[in-house]
Design a protein around this ligand. Structure first.
Ligand code: XMP
Length: 315
């Protein structure tokens, strides 16, 4: 069934695109990566993957994406290191929707610039999946959150059409598709990650220093949940840098440090989610590692909120 789906998707893309040129917004997440492999198999050198490293990615994420597409698949791959641009745009912004808007707009600018450098491009492709479509508002559903990978682009980008090979699929279908395409497990089973990245997991203003703190904490949470063999049974597991400070003791002195929250949820499709009862000994390791390895953090708390009413992300 799934192999047929892969074959029919590749055939459908080949037929639709012909010998036109496609620019893919590759984030490195499972959705855009599977879209990338499908398109690469369908149109080869007529695909150019543009990966914007926003500086808001997880630990070593950008390097992994580059390794897979540029080296393993040999695709046309452009990596843009745009951290400074994003940070400059985010300066002083604390409102969650405003952050998403600013990041989405900057993505569009960068893609426009890249498309100009590449020359003529007919289609713009992205890894939108069905839950993104639902949550970005349809004629019947109210806008919940502006997902930059759905909202905004069509009005401002001058491409003939937007191609979304996975638009009608849920995450598990996308993963099965990735498996049938022979893609590496660490990409196929990578957790969903929001387009605006760590910016929506840093409450309040985003700064370079806060990104560094959160990236380290997130890497610890991810590693320990995976070490505990919970990797495939949980849907998402990550750290949040709350906008609160708490008193703590570091090197026998009272300090005032950051509060990190740990969020681990189970879900089928991200539309609803249940907080995961992570074994205490795993939480204990996470807490000890974060507070000993990251000096700026004095306290670790656990998010025990289901969706609804909470969303999975904090912003
Ligand atoms: P929420 O926080 O609304 O998230 O419960 C539902 C799922 O969507 C992911 N998410 C995003 N994915 N771009 C994306 O590609 C985004 O802007 C975005 N915001 C949230 C979130 O991680 C969860 O899996």
């Amino acid at each position: 069934m799934v192999i047929q789906l892969a074959e029919s998707k590749i055939a459908e893309m080949k037929e639709k695109i012909g010998d036109k040129k496609v620019l893919l917004a590759l984030s490195g997440g499972v959705d855009s990566s599977v879209s990338g492999v499908l398109l690469h198999k369908a149109i080869g050198a007529n695909l150019t993957c543009v990966f914007v490293d926003t500086g808001l990615m997880r630990y070593k994420e950008g390097d992994h994406v580059e390794e897979l597409f540029a080296r393993q698949y040999g695709a046309n791959f452009i990596r843009i290191n745009a951290k400074d641009r994003f940070l400059a745009k985010l300066k002083g912004i604390t409102d969650p929707e405003e952050k998403r808007k600013v990041i989405g707009e900057e993505f569009v600018r960068i893609f426009e610039e890249e498309a100009k450098k590449i020359g003529h491009v007919d289609y713009f492709a992205q890894g939108t999946i069905y839950p993104d479509v639902l949550e970005s508002g349809t004629e019947t559903s109210e806008l919940i959150k502006s997902h930059h990978n759905v909202g905004g682009l069509p009005d401002v980008v001058d491409f003939e059409e937007i191609i979304e090979p996975l638009r009608e699929l849920f995450k598990e279908d996308v993963r099965a598709l990735g498996d049938s395409l022979g893609m590496p497990q660490n990409i196929v089973y990578r957790q969903p990650f929001p387009g605006p990245g760590l910016a929506v997991r840093i409450l309040g203003e985003v700064t370079d220093e806060k990104i560094e703190i959160l990236r380290k904490a997130d890497h610890i949470v991810t590693t320990e949940i995976e070490n505990a063999d919970m990797g495939k049974t949980v849907w998402q597991y990550f750290a949040i840098l709350t906008n609160s400070l708490a008193v703590g003791i570091v090197d026998d002195k009272r300090t005032y440090g950051n509060v990190i929250a740990v969020r681990v949820v189970g879900s089928e499709n991200a539309i609803t989610a249940t907080w995961t009862k992570v074994p205490y000994h795993v939480l204990d390791i996470i807490s000890k590692r974060i507070t000993t390895e990251i000096r700026e953090v004095t306290r670790v708390v656990c998010d025990i909120t289901n969706k609804p009413p909470g969303t999975i992300e904090w912003e």
